[in-house]
Design a protein around this ligand. Structure first.
Ligand code: GTP
Ligand code: MG
Length: 359
């Protein structure tokens, strides 16, 4: 059985399909360990029909082959490590942030940027969607991006600003190194961002489940960005167990996408206030502790004093650290400090009312 096959691709009655979707069953994996009685209870579909659905889904695979086919040969941990290390990361245009992450945003992994409103999560996503397209002659991945906007905060004019700055930078490098200019243009960058707007969690889940086919057709895709993963899951839900199940399914899909296609998954997440008995309340990433295991790398963006900071909060290989960054007209950058003058080269004029400190 192909665990990621979408249930909507099976010959199941449309009324049953919508009941399965509403109850959070989207792919074959979701039904794997269920008994007909459990499925019937969760979906409201009759017991006999549930038996039929389980028989159908659990006996067929997407290419018609049977479920007991031989597994893929094992790959040694060393081979896996070498393979991952051979894939260059996506730079962010902030050297401090890149160094903190071990060179940039890695492929084959899920990186989550969390932070309060206005701190720069969307700007970070746009920067990464542009930077993934930097031509290989400049050390870039020459890839493309899938950008999933759940909040309606994607502004194409802003992407144009960031793209222009990146194109100018590449052309300047080309002049200095004697390469041909014009390898990357604003138009090529905009064409390389495949944009989806998802208005609710069902649209988001459906989009994520269709991504494998989309990426197969667009093999240059090297990053999938979701800004933000939290938005629909924080507001549309009363049923917390359904929310947990859907988030778990989505996390599994992201992990599979990252490893199978060797791409980076970049998610943004909001912050929420956590109250613990006997302790001060503090801001923590939203969606709860179990979601916290979904991402391999977690970076918290926050304000302190007059600066924006990125705090590497979770990483499998890098130690916890913090770097300041700024958002300029051209996008995400390091803060450049001159010895005689402690002011920044470009002002980053965030209104103080939006600034929040994370503890
Ligand atoms: P939410 O989506 O509300 O949670 O916030 P966010 O973390 O996504 O913030 P976002 O990335 O939208 O950052 C907004 C900030 O980026 C603004 O307050 C500005 O400081 C900065 N910014 C946005 N556009 C520009 C621009 O064109 N020029 C400059 N210099 N800064 C910009
Ligand atoms: Mg945003």
């Amino acid at each position: 059985m192909q665990s990621q096959r979408e249930l909507c691709s099976f010959p199941i009655a449309p009324s049953h399909k919508s009941k399965l979707t509403s109850a959070g069953f989207l792919i074959t994996e979701d039904l794997k360990h269920l008994k007909p009685s459990e499925l019937s209870k969760e979906t409201g579909i009759g017991l006999e029909e549930c038996l039929e659905i389980l028989k159908l889904v659990c006996s067929e695979s997407v290419d018609g082959s049977k479920r007991n086919e031989a597994p893929k040969p094992a790959v040694s941990a060393l081979e896996r490590l070498k393979e991952e290390q051979s894939l260059p990361p996506i730079i962010t245009f902030s050297e401090g942030l890149d160094n903190m992450l071990g060179g940039g945003v890695p492929l084959c992994k899920i990186t989550e940027f969390c932070g309060a409103p206005g701190v720069g999560k969307t700007q970070m996503c746009m920067q990464i969607a542009v930077d993934v397209q930097i031509p290989s002659q400049f050390g870039g991945l020459q890839g493309e991006a899938v950008y999933i906007d759940t909040e309606g905060s994607f502004i194409v004019e802003r992407l144009v600003d960031i793209a222009k700055a990146t194109v100018d930078h590449c052309n300047e490098m080309a002049r200095l190194e004697g390469f041909k200019e014009g390898e990357i243009t604003v138009e090529s960058v905009l064409s390389g961002v495949h944009f989806y707007r998802c208005h609710d969690y069902v649209e988001l889940l459906a989009t994520v489940h269709l991504l494998p086919e989309f990426i197969k057709k667009h093999p240059k895709i090297k990053v999938v960005l979701v800004d933000s993963v939290a938005f629909h899951f924080r507001h549309d839900f009363d049923d917390l167990s359904l929310r947990t199940r859907l988030l778990t399914t989505m996390a599994q899909s992201f992990i599979k996408l990252a490893t199978e296609f060797k791409i980076a998954i970049v998610l943004t997440n909001q912050m929420t206030t956590k109250f613990s008995p006997g302790e001060d309340s503090r801001l923590v990433p939203a969606l709860g502790e179990s979601w916290g295991h979904a991402s391999t790398i977690r970076v918290i963006l926050y304000w302190e004093g007059q600066k924006r900071w990125a705090w590497l909060y979770k990483s499998p290989s890098k130690k916890e650290s913090r770097v300041p960054y700024q958002i300029t007209m051209g996008g995400v950058r390091d803060i450049v400090t001159f010895p005689a003058d402690n002011s920044n080269d470009q002002s980053d004029d965030e209104p103080s009312s939006k600034r929040q400190k994370v503890s």
